[in-house]
Design a protein around this ligand. Structure first.
Ligand SMILES: Nc1nc2c(ncn2[C@@H]2O[C@H](COP(=O)(O)OP(=O)(O)OP(=O)(O)O)[C@@H](O)[C@H]2O)c(=O)[nH]1
Ligand SMILES: [Mg+2]
Length: 224
């Protein structure tokens, strides 16, 4: 089998043992502007860890986590997420994004509740995505919900934005963990309910791998 291209059925575990739960390997991405909290959300989801230090992501890093999706009256399905953390800098987007998006089966689109422009710029991310992917399962995230005093927009605006794309949304805090698991679960459920048909197969890493070091950024002024 060509490791660079697979169909959705190939993503299912080939283990025929009926005692083994059904497992799908699924590549997903987090997209959004710089410093909205993509890396922090992943660290909270995968390692239940948060730091106030801003470590600029250079290029992309991958992480892995397996979750169970509950289905009423049916056995759970396990999703083995391969999570791609992509840097939010504009210059990077145009050059590398298409190759990083290749094979993704869903995405979390992240904005920062303390900076309105990060919500507006999700439009640009959506444009880039549709060009590369067409329609795939999406969930929108308004992050930094713990920084209430600094909020420039809230639930209503995020909801009306995400509804334009027929998608759900969550207010999260990577710091406290609020709604982080729930947002990833919602994306997983959407992927299972609406698997994108005939996507090219993706080579999946078995172990989380940091491809490039993060760079510490001093004095980032959005963070308490
Ligand atoms: N208070 C608070 N701070 C957060 C939250 N999420 C992220 N931060 C902070 O915001 C800054 C940027 O977070 P990152 O997770 O590195 O942002 P990013 O989107 O990965 O940024 P790039 O890698 O540049 O694209 C860091 O200082 C984090 O500590 C949150 O929910 N609450
Ligand atoms: Mg990052």
């Amino acid at each position: 089998m060509n490791a660079d291209s697979v169909t959705i059925n190939d993503m299912r575990s080939t283990d025929n043992n009926l005692n083994q739960p059904e497992t799908w390997k699924v590549k997903i991405c987090l997209l959004g502007d710089g410093a909205v909290g993509k890396t922090s959300l992943i660290n909270q989801f995968v390692k239940q860890h948060f730091t106030d230090r801003y470590l600029l992501t250079i290029g992309t890093n991958t992480y892995k986590k397996r979750i169970a999706i509950k289905r009423p009256g049916q056995p759970d399905i396990y999703l083995s997420f391969i999570i791609w953390d992509i840097m939010g800098q504009l210059t990077f987007r145009q050059v590398f994004l298409p190759q990083y998006l290749k094979g993704s089966r869903g995405a979390l689109l992240v904005c920062d509740l303390t900076r309105r422009e990060t919500l507006e710029r999700l439009d640009d991310w959506m444009d880039l995505m549709f060009v590369e992917w067409g329609e795939i399962p999406l969930v929108f995230i308004g992050n930094k919900n713990d920084l209430t005093d600094l909020h420039e927009f809230g639930k209503d605006e995020l909801e009306s934005f995400s509804k334009d794309f027929g998608c759900g949304s969550f207010l999260t805090s990577a710091k406290t963990g609020e709604n982080v698991e729930e947002a990833f679960q919602a994306l997983g459920r959407k992927i299972i309910d609406n698997p994108p048909p005939n996507l090219p197969l993706v080579k999946v890493r078995e172990e989380p791998k940091q491809l490039t070091p993060d760079i510490p950024v001093q004095n980032f002024n959005c963070i308490k």
